[in-house]
Every structure is written in structure tokens, then in C-alpha cells.
Ligand binder design. Structure first.
Ligand code: 3UK
Length: 541
């Protein structure tokens, strides 16, 4: 067995067998890591020892925090974990809070103490928490006091979880008070670069949640790929955005990436399109990470008059989580002059693996495999298919899927490829065009129809705010295309609008794809990470 700093080897013991791992690629020189590495030391201690400590690491509505302050706070919390809470390297620590400075400090503290971090989305309820705590055999928890209620409800069913401290709390034994009594220094646990750093649970829509296991080196590898070659992040950057730190999109974008580049991150607990715009202005943000719908709604708020002046600091905008429809890209560009960088990532791959620089955008495409990753489209026979053919997206690179004790490993990893569950097409130049989730493809009267293509056509109509397209049972045709449409204010629902939208789609794409039914609704059901929940739109049998 290779070296590990973990005393509790639960996470390592529950990795899939090696034969079921994807192939990993470390061809780029920046991806050659030493055998021992603690990602907190890389991201936090190094900037401080290299004289960068006076610079701002975190910004929030409550104030600023330098690299040195974040470093000492993380050290103090790591001391609490070890001295007061009895954490042993390898124990799983539940981390529960919205994006705020304590959440960030606690994340680094867990890394420093050699714990395995299991961060959960703030909105998770007792039942979902119980599943996660049970699956990962979580022993310790650090939790924002305001999220105590659901954790309390889960506890009776979670015998492994025995030691909890709350933050943003005045009590004598709160994390804040305990931390104040600890030394400012901490000896980081000397983890192996392939020691488990975190288990991220997927926001899947069906079945029990899957825990994706990532090593200390994976945390650093994600930082050395997308933000380096595509975003070209710099120490002057001020990053803002919406994805929770508990979602790997947010862990990378809102925490690890900015620290890797000596930049700073703006942590705000809750964002609407309106206050995200305000955050950008107030903090002079240069960089924004959010979902397609947020860009669409921000564009609508800004209107078509060139309001670029309001957002003059903003340079780089990254969209992920769902496909970015071209009408949304164009609307945001009209309002701000900025070409959004689209990127597909997944919890299994940790972060983005197909994307494009702003200069190399191609309309309708997610982009190309970014440096460090390879991507292909697999046909029915499991072999890469010709350009121009729709098939299953498959990728490999320095990160990849390892589910914690889960049979479904065999679905995601096939012949060394990570198969994401997305239907894609690759063109002759290696650009990848999203079609749909493989299980969301609509088969109507023998035709294969990708719902997102119909959505894109509808979104280009000026009356449409947002929409979701699904297959709908129909006696005659088996399945028909049905659109759920949210109209922009000032537009009237009714048969005339239905006909207008149907004709509009028929002109934009092949007429057989048009939505035979259109239903108007007030809002689309979405996950906390901004994805449309199509299963909630489909007719429940
Ligand atoms: C879909 C996209 C088209 C796609 C994620 C960036 O979304 C993330 O992780 P999840 O595990 O979901 C993964 C699935 O979401 N998807 C994400 N981005 C795009 N589809 N275009 C896109 N740009 O179905 C993928 O398989 O929740 C995104 C970084 C980290 C992440 N975890």
C-alpha cells in the first residue's frame, strides 16, 4: 500500500477497485505533482510565506480578510478540530453553510487537519443530510448556526456523527469562541497527493446521492487547468458569483481558483440577478461565475441600451451547470459587450473540461477539450464516432470519477473514459455541441429531438423569459414535444401566443421539432445549482 497520512482509511477503503477507475492524464508540465501535498498548504500557506499575506483574499458585505488573516483563522479552526473535537486524519467532516468567510476558513481548516470534507448545499433537508452523513460515515460537523435546524432533525438517524460545533454563534463553546482561544499556527497534516481531500455529493435528480471522491492533487489540478489556460486568472482579479462552495463549480470558482492565482473572491450568501449586478459594481469585480439563467436575467435587467459603464470592471464571465443557449449569450453581449465563456463540468470531473476562450467562441458550441483533457463522442458500439454524429460525451484528464462504494461507477466510467450522460456532437474542428442529457432526448414519431434545441429556438423570441421542453405522452404519437414557457412581463398568455411561438419555432428549426403543446407557467422548477428540473415538468405516470 502506498503512503497515506490518514489514520482513518474509510474513504480510501471505499474507493472503486482500480480496474474501474478512469484513465488519468498528467501530460502538462504544470500537472506533475509531488507524492506529498496538502492542498491548503498550496493554496493558502504558500502565498503567505511568499510575502503575499497582506493582499486581500476574501471580500464580503461584512468586510475584507487578507491572506494572512484567512491563514491564521484556518489554523485556529484546525486546532479546534484536532484539540477540542478529537479529529483524526481521514475522519469525514460535514461542512454546512452559505458562501461566507467562515465557510471558507473552515474548508481550509479541514484540509490542514487532514480531514475529508463533505460540504452540503445550504438547502439540503434532514432526509438528504441523513443519506449523505450515513453514506460517508461522517463523524464531525462544522455548521453555520442558522442551518442548525435541519441538522438537528437529521441527528437521531445519524449515529456516526457525534461532534458538532456551530459558527456565527455567541455561545461559550461555539466555533468562533473556541477558535479565539487557539494558537495562530498549525502543523499541516502531511497528506499524500492521492489522499482523499473531499467527497462531493452529486445533485442528481433520481436515486440515492452519489459521493464523488477527490484527492488533494485533484483540488490543485482543477486550479491548474481551466482558470489558467482558458480564463487566464491573475492576482489582480476580483471574483464573484453564485455557485455554493458546497458545489464543486463554486469550490473551484469561488474559492480555490482565486487563491491559486493570488486573487480575491467576493463571498455573498444569497444572490438574485439584481444583487449580483450590485455586487459586481460595489466590489469592482473582474470575473463572474454563474449559471445561464442568471446571465439571461441580468441581461434583461440591464436592457438593450449599452449599460457597459455600470459594469466597467467586469471582464470575464463563466457560465456552467447547464447549456448556455445562444440567445442568452447574445443578449448578455448586447447588454455588456462581454462574450461569455461557456464550460461544461461535472461533480465527477470536479470542474470544467470543455470550454473556449472568449476569442475562440463558436456559436452554439460548448467549446473544445481544454488543455489537460481529451474528449470524444462515443457511438452505440462504445467506440469514438465520426465528427458530426450525435453520441455520448466521453472525457479524460487529470481528474475523473471515483464514486464512494457505488455500483454506478460502471455507468460513469467505461473503458477508461468518463461518460458524463450527455448527448453531444463534435465537428471537424473538435468543437463540441451539446444536444441534451442522454436520458432527456425526446423520441417523437420516430424522430430524435433534443429538448434544448427547441428551448434555444423559443428563447430567441422576445416574449420568452425562460422555458423548458420535455417529451409528453400522447395517445396518437406516443410522445410529443411540449414546452413550458415563462413569458416576460407585459405579454399575454393564450391561444394566440401559443400559435405565435409555434410558428416562430417552425421557422427557426426543422418544423417537426415544434412544440405541439405549450403551457404557460410562472417559474421553472430549478435545483439549487440553477438546473431546470425537467423530471418535474414531465407528466408523472
Ligand atoms: C450539465 C452542462 C451543457 C451536464 C458543474 C461546472 O454542473 C456541474 O456539475 P453537476 O454534477 O452536473 C453535471 C452535468 O451538468 N452541464 C454542466 N455544464 C454544462 N451542460 N453545457 C454546460 N456548460 O449535463 C453535465 O453532465 O451538477 C459545472 C463545474 C463544476 C460542476 N460540478
Amino acid at each position: 500500500m502506498s503512503y497515506t497520512a490518514h489514520v482513518d482509511t474509510f474513504a480510501r477503503d471505499n474507493l472503486p477497485p482500480r480496474s474501474q477507475w478512469p484513465e488519468f492524464l498528467f501530460e502538462l508540465p504544470e500537472l506533475k505533482y509531488p507524492a506529498r501535498m496538502n492542498c491548503a498548504a498550496e493554496l493558502l500557506d504558500k502565498p503567505v510565506t511568499r510575502g503575499h499575506g497582506h493582499r486581500i483574499a476574501l471580500r464580503s458585505p461584512d468586510g475584507e480578510c487578507t491572506y494572512t488573516q484567512l491563514f491564521t483563522q484556518a489554523n485556529r479552526i484546525a486546532n479546534v478540530l484536532v484539540r477540542e473535537m478529537g479529529l483524526k486524519p481521514g475522519n469525514r467532516v460535514l461542512l454546512r453553510g452559505p458562501n461566507n468567510p467562515m465557510m471558507a476558513a473552515c474548508w481550509f481548516a479541514v484540509m490542514k487537519a487532514g480531514g475529508v470534507c463533505v460540504a452540503t448545499m445550504p438547502l439540503l433537508r434532514a432526509k438528504e443530510l441523513t443519506d449523505v452523513i450515513t453514506k460517508a460515515e461522517i463523524t464531525h460537523a462544522l455548521c453555520d448556526k442558522r442551518l442548525q435546524e435541519d441538522l438537528d432533525l437529521a441527528l437521531p438517524n445519524c449515529p456516526t456523527l457525534t461532534t458538532i460545533r456551530y459558527w456565527y454563534d455567541d455561545a461559550q463553546d461555539s466555533l468562533d469562541s473556541l477558535a479565539l482561544r487557539q494558537p495562530l499556527t498549525f502543523g499541516n497534516v502531511p497528506t499524500a497527493s492521492d489522499d482523499v481531500a473531499l467527497i462531493a455529493f452529486t445533485s442528481g435528480t433520481t436515486g440515492k446521492p452519489k459521493g464523488t471522491v477527490h484527492f488533494h492533487r485533484d483540488v490543485i489540478a482543477q486550479c491548474d487547468c481551466f482558470p489558467r489556460s482558458i480564463m487566464k486568472m491573475q492576482k489582480e482579479d476580483i471574483v464573484c458569483g453564485t455557485p455554493p462552495i458546497a458545489f464543486t463549480f463554486g469550490l473551484g470558482g469561488m474559492l480555490c481558483f482565486p487563491l491559486r492565482y493570488g486573487a480575491s473572491t467576493v463571498l455573498v450568501e444569497k444572490h438574485t440577478p439584481q444583487n449580483l449586478l450590485e455586487t459586481i459594481q460595489r466590489f469592482n469585480a473582474t470575473t463572474c461565475f454563474t449559471s445561464p439563467i442568471m446571465y439571461r436575467q441580468m441581461a434583461a435587467l440591464l436592457g438593450n441600451s449599452a449599460r457597459r459603464g455600470d459594469l466597467k470592471s467586469l471582464k470575464t464571465c463563466v457560465s456552467a451547470g447547464e447549456a448556455l443557449p445562444d440567445p442568452t449569450r447574445q443578449a448578455f453581449k448586447d447588454a455588456t459587450g462581454i462574450e461569455i465563456i461557456d464550460g461544461i463540468g461535472s461533480t465527477e470531473m470536479m470542474h470544467i473540461f470543455i470550454s473556449h476562450t472568449a476569442e475562440k467562441v463558436r456559436r452554439g458550441a460548448t467549446g473544445y477539450a481544454i488543455p489537460g483533457y481529451r474528449a470524444t463522442v462515443l457511438g452505440e458500439d462504445g467506440k469514438p464516432c465520426k465528427p458530426g454524429t450525435v453520441g455520448k460525451l466521453a472525457v479524460k484528464g487529470p481528474t475523473g470519477c471515483r464514486y464512494l462504494a457505488d455500483e454506478r461507477q460502471k455507468n460513469y466510467v467505461q473503458n477508461g473514459w468518463n461518460v458524463t450522460g450527455d448527448a453531444y456532437l463534435m465537428d471537424e474542428d473538435g468543437y463540441f455541441f451539446y444536444q441534451a442529457r442522454t436520458d432527456d432526448m425526446i423520441i417523437s414519431a420516430g424522430y430524435n429531438i433534443a429538448g434544448p434545441e427547441v428551448e434555444t429556438a423559443l428563447l430567441a423570441h422576445p416574449a420568452v423569459a425562460e422555458c423548458g421542453v420535455v417529451g409528453w405522452p400522447d395517445e396518437e404519437r406516443g410522445t410529443i414535444v411540449k414546452a413550458f414557457v415563462v413569458l416576460k412581463p407585459g405579454n399575454e398568455r393564450g391561444p394566440a401566443m401559443v400559435t405565435t411561438l409555434q410558428n416562430y419555432v417552425k421557422k427557426a428549426i426543422a418544423p417537426y421539432k415544434y412544440p405541439r403543446q405549450i403551457e404557460f407557467i410562472d417559474t421553472l422548477p430549478r435545483t439549487e445549482t440553477g438546473k431546470v428540473q425537467r423530471f418535474k415538468l414531465r407528466k408523472q405516470p
